[in-house]
Design a protein around this ligand. Structure first.
Ligand SMILES: [Zn+2]
Length: 456
């Protein structure tokens, strides 16, 4: 296997699985935390292959750091199959098309066009969870629930005639959320596990759901009572729907102060895709959607902002409200327009509920920046002061925390021969790798980019 991106870092996840008879590309993302072109994209150049050499591409889930470079492969002539789950296809399309808009709005030229995204639809073969598919002469693939976002999957590769079984977790939540069941773990065989390590450091222990939900209620209530506005920068897919369900539930129960909730940036489109695949959602949520009128996505608290002119209402002075807008790391998107208005005013709050990658504006704000420069209209640089309060809540993450990662490995332990660690800042991958080696006495490794790893 060649590591092409997303090792020792979060971003541009990509690897090439090679056997005697096949070459499979797994994930193909971009790196949101850098402007430097040599660090933005997977190192396919280093792999020294042509697109015709690839037998198949497998996408673990729709997020851009796993799918953002795929349209470029189609642009340059990849004609082969792309495998992913049923909801990953529309979700990936939505996210890839939005990325074109976001880069255009930032004055950059997009790396692919709408045509390339449409081409993906023609080449994609969708698979339900737990079905076995031959993807090349000597590899069978099974995708299983990863609990991370809608349609997210762990990828089980059965190589040769039972010679080797390789499981790539992709991004994984080994714990139940309001949206999804916990990740599956009952693979018939796994010898090599490649596991993510976004929260791989020992101290990365997230509060329980109950704790984070009451912290969330508290964070929202204090600001609303003070007459302030709460801005929640959010990835359109996954966290947005989770937060919507939480808000709807606690406003209805009276524990959260009732207020209007405005949403902007394809959150409603992403929610609609969730509603179209109820079988991929957590049991109770599926039931609510299919069997009752209490569909949280249609709740009357939510107003979707469809045009920039409509921002006047959420931004009107002295009207406490909640604003949920993309992007989640303040890297472009409508959230920046709200940020400029909300950040300078002391009684307001910016509330992060998702991971902030190193190098993003979100991370700088979270790390305490008091002033940031933004590209304004006509490409002019505008300086924004940050006087409002900043808060981050961890327990809503779609990623497993340290304990959940360890528990997941524990479940697979009897059969494992080796564990590889990726998708984490270097220190986190190293720590998770060391912990697993010590606790389970299994050889582990946390590769860097541009390593060749012999799996068997
Ligand atoms: Zn992800």
């Amino acid at each position: 296997m060649l590591t092409l991106g997303g090792f020792g870092q979060v971003g541009r996840s990509c690897m090439l699985l090679m056997t005697q008879e096949s070459k499979i590309l797994i994930d193909c993302g971009v790196n949101p935390g850098t402007r430097n072109p040599t660090e933005s994209f997977p190192r396919l150049d280093w792999a020294n292959i042509t697109l015709d050499d690839l037998d198949a591409i497998v996408m673990s889930h729709a997020h851009l750091d796993h799918t953002g470079f795929l349209p470029v492969l189609c642009k340059y002539g990849y004609k082969g199959p792309i495998y992913c789950t049923e909801p990953t296809l529309p979700m990936m399309n939505l996210i890839q098309l939005d990325a074109i808009k976001v880069s255009a709005a930032q004055g950059k030229s997009p790396i692919y066009s709408e045509r390339d995204v449409k081409q993906i639809m023609k080449q994609t073969i969708t698979m339900p969870y737990s079905t076995v598919t031959d993807i090349s002469p000597d590899i069978k693939l099974v995708l299983s629930n990863a609990g991370h976002i809608l349609g997210s999957s762990t990828c089980h590769f059965h190589i040769g005639n039972g010679d080797h079984n390789f499981v790539y977790t992709g991004d994984i939540k080994y714990g139940k959320s309001m949206l999804f069941e916990s990740a599956s773990w009952n693979y018939p065989r796994v010898e090599t596990l490649l596991i993510e390590s976004t929260y791989g450091a020992k101290e990365d222990v997230q509060p329980t759901r109950q704790e984070v939900e009451s912290a969330f209620i508290n964070a929202v209530n204090t600001t609303l009572v003070d007459g302030g506005k709460i801005l929640i920068p959010i990835p359109a897919v996954g966290r947005a729907q989770e937060i919507m369900i939480v808000i709807d539930q606690y406003m209805k129960s009276g524990e959260m102060v009732e207020s209007p909730v405005f949403m902007e940036g394809m959150i409603s489109e992403a929610s609609a895709i969730h509603e179209s695949y109820p079988e991929y959602l957590a049991r109770e949520l599926k039931q609510k959607i299919l069997e009752t009128d209490d569909n949280p996505f249609d709740s009357e608290y939510f107003t979707n902002i469809e045009h920039p002119d409509a921002r006047e209402e959420p931004l009107r002075e002295n009207t406490p409200c909640i604003i949920i807008a993309t992007s989640g790391m303040l890297e472009g998107g409508p959230v920046l327009e709200y940020f400029k208005n909300i950040a300078p005013i002391q009684k307001n709050k910016i509330l992060f509920v998702s991971y902030q990658v190193n190098g993003t504006l979100g991370r700088r704000v979270l790390d305490g920046a008091k002033q940031v420069s933004l590209i304004g209209k006509n490409g002019k640089i505008e300086v924004s002061n940050i006087n409002c309060s900043i808060e981050k809540l961890d327990g809503f993450s779609g990623h497993s925390d340290y304990n959940q990662l360890i528990s997941f490995v524990h479940k697979l332990r009897p059969k494992l021969r080796r564990v590889l660690v990726n998708h984490g800042e270097r220190r986190k991958s190293e720590n998770l790798s060391m912990s697993i080696r010590r606790m389970f006495r299994i050889p582990t490794h946390y590769p860097q980019i541009q390593e060749a790893i012999k799996l068997f």
